[in-house]
Write a protein that binds this ligand. Structure first.
Ligand code: FAD
Length: 383
């Protein structure tokens, strides 16, 4: 069986590694960026304990490499911008092991390395053709022009939220906007940062999220309601607007928020601005000849940090099923109910980011049994 993987991000790299040297499977991967160029490098992310559990069970070498390149995510606290504590969670009370905090560039480096031998870089999927037997033939744009590498029994979309494979075989998905802006920043000179593990700080529905990542750096993400606007107002992309957004009424921010506000001012041009959105799940198309994993199948709102985390689960599960000769329908049966639960839960957990939700009541509700039970299911219910 010849399998072609489009995109070696999170899901694509893990699947390529899992299928290498599998009897009866010939795997080839195609990646848009050049070797060693790690798209999105410069920011950080947290990966949930559920991804670590999936790797521990099925890809122990990758689990060990990820642990080594990251910091453990042991604690999750939520404060108001003045420092008042609302929520404090020991991750091991809802998970079997801690999650991780890592730089994007490191994550891509350690996931892409094992599959480097079967990956063709600087290949951008552009079009699809069919051979006489009905197998798909991807057409790539490379620096030397359009090129083909033969026919495939299965093409796997690991090409992210704006998947070209999905667009070509199933049409462009329609996104649903949550109505909030989310921005991200990596501060590399952060020795004086007054916190370490994963924290969130609310001022009204506006929220800062931050934690240390390896190499003395700190990742900061800001979220604020767009109040009905379809676009992010330019007026909000200034240091003054962000300072006003996160400074408590008539008060002074606590030390953590004060530190972040200074960093926002220093690094404003480096901030990446986006809107939080979700799109409907699509697992396969083209009569089972195209399979989608990670964001290409299931873009979700980032509130619970499950985008890359679910892409890990996808890559691991698809590897297990395809190695034993299973079908895309089997992958869909294992993944789709799980992804629906995670996507719905991520949307529901976003309540405190959008008016008129009361942040104090909404956050305290998250310390109660119904939310904690779902969190336990999220972090442990792994194939
Ligand atoms: C603001 C923000 C914060 C986030 N924070 C977190 C977090 O803390 N934790 C978390 O788990 N997730 C987080 N996410 C989500 C996470 O970024 C994605 O869900 C995750 O990267 C999806 O993995 P993937 O393997 O599906 O695709 P990606 O990692 O996006 O990889 C796609 C790959 O395909 C390649 N590619 C794209 N198009 C083509 C093409 N046409 N031809 C060839 N190759 C192509 C790309 O170069 C890339 O290598 C965040 C997202 C955002 C926007």
């Amino acid at each position: 069986m010849r399998i072609g993987i489009i995109g070696t991000g999170v899901a694509g790299s893990l699947l390529a590694e899992a299928l290498l040297d599998s009897p009866g499977i010939d795997v080839a991967a195609f990646e848009r960026v050049a070797p060693g160029e790690h798209a999105e490098a410069g920011t950080g992310l947290n990966i949930g304990p559920n991804a670590l559990k999936a790797l521990r069970r099925h890809m122990p070498a990758r689990h060990a490499a990820l642990r080594e390149a990251s910091l453990p995510w042991h604690r999750w606290f939520v404060d108001l911008a003045d420092g008042t504590r609302l929520f404090d969670l020991d991750m091991l009370s809802v998970a079997e092991e801690p999650g991780v905090r890592i730089r994007w560039s490191e994550l891509y480096r350690l996931l892409r390395a094992p599959a480097a031998g079967c990956t063709r870089n600087a290949h951008v999927l552009e079009a699809l053709e069919e051979d006489a037997a009905g197998r798909l033939v991807p057409v790539f744009r490379t620096p030397d022009g359009l090129t083909r590498h033969g026919s495939f029994d299965l093409l796997v979309g690991g090409d992210g939220r704006y998947s070209r494979l999905r667009a070509l075989t199933a049409g462009e998905p329609t996104s649903t906007l949550l109505g909030v802006c989310i921005w991200r920043l990596l501060v590399t000179e952060a020795a004086d940062c007054p916190y370490d593990d994963y924290g969130q700080w609310f001022n009204g529905n506006a929220r800062l999220l931050s934690f240390r990542v390896p190499g003395g750096a700190v990742y900061i993400a800001g979220t604020f309601p767009l109040n009905g606007s379809e676009t992010i107002p330019e007026a909000m992309k200034t240091a003054e607007a962000q300072r006003a957004l996160f400074t408590p009424d008539g008060g002074t921010p606590g030390p953590a928020v004060a530190w972040m506000l200074d960093k926002i001012e220093e690094h404003l041009p480096e901030i990446h601005w986006a809107r939080s959105a979700t799109s409907p799940v699509q697992r396969h198309a083209a009569g089972g000849r195209a399979l989608f994993l990670g964001d290409s199948a299931q873009a979700m709102v980032p509130t619970l940090g499950q985008g890359a985390t679910q892409a890990v689960e996808c890559g691991v599960v698809a590897g297990v099923v395809l190695k034993r000769g299973g079908t895309v329908a089997e992958i869909a049966a294992l993944r789709d109910p799980r992804v629906k639960f995670v996507s719905d839960f991520s949307w529901e957990a976003s309540d405190t980011l959008v008016p008129p939700c009361d942040v104090v009541a909404g956050t305290r509700a998250k310390m109660q049994a119904p939310f904690m039970d779902k969190l336990r299911q999220l972090y442990t219910d792994v194939v």
